[in-house]
Design a protein around this ligand. Structure first.
Ligand SMILES: *Cc1c(COP(=O)(O)O)cnc(C)c1O
Length: 521
């Protein structure tokens, strides 16, 4: 809503009623309740009442000198309930997994279990400080160690670093390990192969690590074309970066062979593990030839995602890459206590301050331990079942470009709807009117007009049925009144935004001037 003043929403057009009751309720509030906090300011209002002063009064100027701020820049003066209502109202203007299904493909927007939050708030864990002496931080180090062991077990790898703060950061770290490995053998290589179905971060990672990116075309099944791979891998290939299951939700069934082709030429197999929600408890990358991979704790392991919290992208690797892991590495001393080992001459160095996003480690570990091995396996099975239920329920109305069995997500194309002038982005906007967050649009790029749907295991059959019903109803609208879909959403407080101007000339704050506020750039 960057470039628009807030207006009451237009009356919903005919068609389904928005299902989202929270947004629905807020929308019925009178306009005067919807302003920004600066507009509510009136001189002298206070949100707090301090007790009478019971210490000698001190002149703030004498205490702070030049550091005393003379001009408070027109702070809003409001009552406590006005502040509470302001922030509570703002919190309902966004969509969240806590409101409904969030089928944003490739992002694994699963529910963040409240037990994670309970664990992360236990005082001794929440208040731990990275400068605490090791002797007083043994509990926290045990937590880190246990998470490392769990992730090593889940991936089938030999060693791990928890430092990286996102999936893309994990890729960067992983490819630095690959580079350090080749260089340590006096054999710096120049190329990294990336399939055309890859996430954009993969070629970006290879390039930023100094490699030339070689594109690999997918075959008709949407998988790596092994014959073509065999043709292009040579002694100058450092690695292949492969997402498995791929971005079209397909498991690379020839993964063993892919690994063999690379290893025969001394190249390594990097696996983008962002889609591990399809594999946890069922198959281990370490067992099918992967040398190094990252995980997204904020996807597969249920830690908050996007605006909700910092990410975490651990990198797991085989023993041949262990010497190069970022420093420090957690180690157990002879007396059984834990210590950070900084004496790592071949390390690529630090990739992040301190030890990573510890608050996310706690949440991920809580998730893993609360589920246990059987629970994690069940989670994977449910995620795959949910995606296939959606696939089977929609494939008569939406084009399915790749018929290969789906894992945790399904990718349709807008081919049929495009014939009526409606594109994937229009369908995504329309699904908002039905109370759902849109699926991912126009990605992966090997599918023209992609609708990438990832329900995750969090959704019940009832919620999936509502989504399917909405998608089926939209397909019908495309036939009967395509304009309705092309101008959606109709139920939100703002409809289609000028995304280009919002990106180029973002209005990021309101400048409070007296009682009226004007957007400023
Ligand atoms: C999400 C994702 C990434 C990047 O992860 P971030 O944590 O967003 O940096 C990389 N590859 C794939 C396939 C992804 O889905």
């Amino acid at each position: 809503m960057a470039n628009e003043t807030l207006k009451p929403s237009a009356a919903p057009v005919s068609g389904p009623t928005p299902r989202n009751t929270t947004l629905g309720k807020v929308r019925t509030h009178p306009t005067q309740n919807e302003g920004l906090i600066f507009e509510k300011s009136s001189p002298g209002k206070r949100a707090v009442k301090l007790p009478p002063l019971d210490v000698p009064e001190v002149d703030p100027a004498a205490l702070l000198g030049e550091h005393l701020r003379a001009d408070l820049g027109c702070m809003p003066e409001v009552s406590e309930i006005e502040i509470i209502r302001h922030f509570t109202r703002l919190s309902t203007w966004n969509y969240a997994i806590d409101l409904g299904m969030y089928p944003l493909g490739s992002c694994t927007m699963k529910y963040n279990p409240r037990v994670n939050e309970f664990i992360a708030r236990i005082e001794g864990l929440a208040e731990a400080h990275p400068y605490q002496p090791e002797s007083l931080a043994q509990g926290s180090l045990e937590v880190v160690s246990l998470l490392e062991q769990c992730l090593i077990e889940i991936t089938g790898m030999d060693a791990i670093t928890l430092q990286p703060a996102a999936g893309a950061h994990g890729e960067f770290t992983g490819i630095l390990l690959v580079r350090a490995y080749h260089e340590s053998r006096g054999n710096a290589r120049r190329k990294v192969i990336v399939p055309d179905s890859a996430h954009g971060t993969n070629p970006a990672t290879a390039a930023i690590c100094g490699y030339e990116v070689q594109n690999l075309k997918s075959n008709a099944l949407g998988m790596v074309d092994v014959a073509e791979l065999e043709r292009i891998v040579d002694e100058d290939t450092a690695a292949l970066m492969l997402t498995n299951p791929s971005t079209i939700g397909v498991f690379e069934s020839e993964i063993h062979k892919i690994a063999d082709v690379l290893h025969a030429k001394g190249a390594l197999l990097y696996m983008d593990g962002a889609n591990m929600n399809a594999l946890v408890g069922k198959a281990r990358p370490g067992d099918f030839g992967v040398d190094v991979m990252h995980l997204n704790l904020h996807k597969t392991f249920s830690t908050p995602h996007g605006g909700g919290g910092p990410g975490s992208g651990p990198v797991a690797c085989k023993a041949i890459l262990e010497p190069f892991l970022p420093t420090p590495v957690l180690a157990r001393k002879r007396d059984g206590s834990m210590t950070w080992n900084f004496d790592r001459p071949q390390s690529v160095g630090r990739v992040r301050a301190f030890y990573g996003n510890y608050g996310m480690f706690l949440r991920a570990l809580a998730y893993i331990l609360a589920n246990g091995p059987d629970g994690l396996r069940q989670t994977t099975e449910d995620a795959v079942l949910n995606a296939n239920y959606i696939r089977a329920s929609l494939e008569d109305l939406y084009d399915l470009p790749y018929k290969t069995a789906s894992m945790h997500e399904v990718v349709f194309s807008d081919r049929r709807q495009a014939a009526r002038g409606v594109r994937t982005g229009d369908i995504a906007k329309r699904i908002i009117d039905y109370g759902f967050h849109p699926f991912t649009v126009s990605f992966p790029m090997i599918v023209s007009g992609a609708l990438m749907i990832e329900p995750t295991e969090s959704e019940s059959k009832e919620e999936l049925d509502l989504f399917i019903e909405a998608m089926r109803s939209i397909a019908q609208e495309v036939e009967q009144s395509p304009e309705l879909v092309k101008h959606a959403p109709h139920s939100t407080r703002v409809s289609r935004l000028d995304e280009a101007t919002a990106a180029r000339k973002p209005i990021l704050r309101w400048r409070p001037t007296a009682l009226s506020s004007q957007p400023v750039e």
